[in-house]
Design a protein around this ligand. Structure first.
Ligand SMILES: Nc1nc2c(ncn2[C@@H]2O[C@H](COP(=O)(O)OP(=O)(O)OP(=O)(O)O)[C@@H](O)[C@H]2O)c(=O)[nH]1
Ligand SMILES: [Mg+2]
Length: 252
């Protein structure tokens, strides 16, 4: 892998967490052990199982989201990063132990070397047995096919939760869905900004702790969002190109 370029700034790593005490510490340790400087930020959904205390013990920034939902948590945190002007690149990954923090390096690399504005993982490349139920796998593949066709982007895993993007792009993500459809909304906004999107293979492990996602209810909401977003996107494609600077990252 090409070495990470630049020396000036860290990467903000947003970690949404809702009752993830059995995995959040491990995730933070893994982020800290990466070969670039990071600001790990746990954005909590009012956990009552000690998640926040563990995150604080690990010296992560801890934010409390304003409302409820996965998308609201991410938007709370993105707004904080932008307000603080904390990092030129923002990454995100779950607190449940499913993603491998080492894949963050792979995701930020195309952004650093100027090839992409947003990098998204593809879990179908390297998935542990049982990490995704057959139903979820099928649903994810169908949704991804739909997203990729409607938005005309080469994405095979549109709901993947490990991503990295330029902070300059992030303002557009602040009026997205508060729930799980946030993941799709982000892609729509990026396409409207004519951002360059790349997909990188990532690992996907079995979850620690209990799922917060309801495959049927959340799946239906995601589908609804796709149809809505796609029709909006078709009307918004003329919005113009982003003026995105060159981010750099501080190596530890
Ligand atoms: N702050 C916050 N975090 C949330 C919320 N809902 C889910 N999360 C976190 O967001 C991440 C993704 O949620 P998951 O329940 O793992 O959803 P998923 O990855 O689609 O589903 P699984 O395949 O079951 O893991 C996890 O780290 C959750 O703890 C929420 O409402 N608020
Ligand atoms: Mg998960």
């Amino acid at each position: 892998m090409t070495p990470l370029r630049g020396t000036s700034s860290p990467v903000a790593v947003i970690i949404p967490a809702l009752n993830e005490r059995d995995s959040v510490g491990m995730v933070l340790d893994a982020v800290r052990s990466l070969d670039f400087n990071s600001i790990p930020i746990v954005v909590d959904g009012r956990s009552d199982d000690g998640t926040v205390e563990i995150a604080r013990d690990k010296r992560a920034e801890v934010l409390f989201q304003r409302r409820i939902g996965y998308g609201d948590a991410l938007q709370t945190c993105i707004e904080w990063v932008l307000m603080k002007n904390a990092a030129p690149i923002i990454a995100m990954m779950d607190a449940d132990g499913t993603y491998d923090a080492r894949d963050l390096s792979r995701l930020i690399e195309p952004i650093l070397n100027g090839r992409a504005d947003l990098a998204i993982g593809n879990r179908f490349h390297d998935m542990d047995d049982g990490a995704m139920t057959l139903g979820n796998k099928f649903g994810n593949m169908m949704i991804s096919r739909l997203v990729s066709t409607l938005l005309r982007i080469p994405v095979n895993d549109s709901q993947c939760g490990i991503r990295a993007f330029r902070s300059n792009l992030a303002k557009d993500f602040l009026d997205c869905s508060n729930g799980m459809p946030f993941a799709t909304d982000m892609l729509t906004k990026a396409v409207q900004r004519r951002a360059r999107i790349v997909e990188m293979p990532v690992r996907y492990h079995n979850r620690v702790g209990t799922a917060k996602l309801n495959p049927v209810i959340d799946g239906a909401k995601i589908l609804y969002t796709i149809v809505l977003s796609a029709s909006r996107a078709r009307h918004g494609f003329g919005a113009g190109s982003p003026s995105l600077g060159s981010p750099t990252v501080q190596r530890s």
